[in-house]
Design a protein around this ligand. Structure first.
Ligand SMILES: *[C@@H]1O[C@H](CO)[C@@H](O)[C@H](O)[C@H]1NC(C)=O
Ligand SMILES: *[C@@H]1O[C@H](CO)[C@@H](O)[C@H](O)[C@H]1NC(C)=O
Ligand SMILES: *[C@@H]1O[C@H](CO)[C@@H](O)[C@H](O)[C@H]1NC(C)=O
Ligand SMILES: *[C@@H]1O[C@H](CO)[C@@H](O)[C@H](O)[C@H]1NC(C)=O
Length: 252
């Protein structure tokens, strides 16, 4: 395992230090419910380092580039084959571009397929044939230096580079949930609501018709070791040289 991981780690390391040497740039897809991206951010936001291959859901990989002259970004989806071949090598979609500051429709931008918008349209309740319209999502595209843009009072799920003793590990990529965001999670067939209570990330989960809710649960994660880029066995993950960590916290 180690022999396979090391060269890949070096690739990521060189990408990271490359961005460090110049400027650490993050692309941010800030979520809004309005077509002008006005008002307060609402919904699930996504972002990560430019020039770095990563995945939010293990079904597709993303690579974002910043085109300084044009004041735009390009972004490309790549196949995610799972395990050690998880690199941005084979495009699965045409590269798209967007201007910095542009407000783009999220309709055909699936960053994380584990999340879908809530549609309380249970098969059992045939009476309400016209389902309540689920808000469409729009993303304001921003580039930030050194830190991603994270709206206050959001639940943040971040994947960081660096081990837990660093105290100062860099975010590689992240997801944010504005307070009280509800998401339908198809693999469970349930709806979860994410919110911050006294700076603690909480979640409450219900059936898809809003019934049978669990008690709110604390979702805090501090520096959980993960290897998002490689198929690492459990024994490797506990070997102490894991350089990637996972966090769930509230922004303020
Ligand atoms: C990950 O590695 C384990 C052990 O080598 C293997 O059994 C498993 O099939 C691999 N999973 C993927 C998705 O490649
Ligand atoms: C988020 O929502 C919860 C409950 O719905 C509320 O109690 C809390 O004050 C809100 N948090 C912030 C930071 O606005
Ligand atoms: C909600 O869905 C669950 C299972 O899907 C079902 O058991 C329950 O009766 C439903 N409740 C209502 C109020 O429709
Ligand atoms: C309510 O949720 C629990 C799990 O949280 C599940 O085991 C149970 O079957 C659900 N009840 C109904 C009526 O769907």
């Amino acid at each position: 395992m180690k022999q396979i991981i090391s060269p890949l780690l070096l690739i990521v390391l060189s990408l990271i230090s490359f961005s460090n040497a110049y400027q650490k740039l993050y692309v941010n897809f800030i979520p809004f419910e309005s077509v002008q991206c006005s008002g307060n951010p609402s919904g699930i936001g996504y972002g990560g380092l430019v020039n770095t291959c990563f995945t939010f859901d293990n079904s597709r990989n993303w690579l974002f580039n910043y085109l300084e002259q044009e004041n735009s970004i390009s972004f490309t989806q790549y196949y995610n084959k799972g395990g050690v071949t998880e690199l941005c090598e084979i495009k699965s979609m045409k590269t798209r571009t967007a201007l910095i500051g542009e407000c783009v429709s999220g309709k055909d931008l699936v960053f994380n397929s584990f999340y879908q918008s809530v549609n309380y349209d249970s098969s059992s309740s045939s009476s309400s044939s016209s389902s309540t319209s689920t808000p469409e999502i729009y993303y304001l595209i921003q580039i930030t230096k050194d830190q991603p843009f994270i709206a206050p009072s959001s639940t943040v799920v971040s994947h960081n580079y660096g081990d837990c003793t660093d105290g100062d590990s860099d975010i590689i990529y992240y997801e944010t949930f504005s307070n009280q965001t509800q998401v339908f999670i198809p693999i469970f067939g349930t709806v979860s609501e994410f919110y911050c209570l006294d700076n603690t990330p909480m979640a409450m989960t219900c059936d898809n018709n809003g019934s049978n809710c669990t008690n709110p649960q604390d979702q805090t994660m501090n520096c959980e070791a993960v290897s998002p880029f490689f198929n690492t066995t459990a024994s490797d993950m506990s070997s102490g040289d894991t350089l990637y960590t996972f966090n769930n916290y509230c922004s303020y």
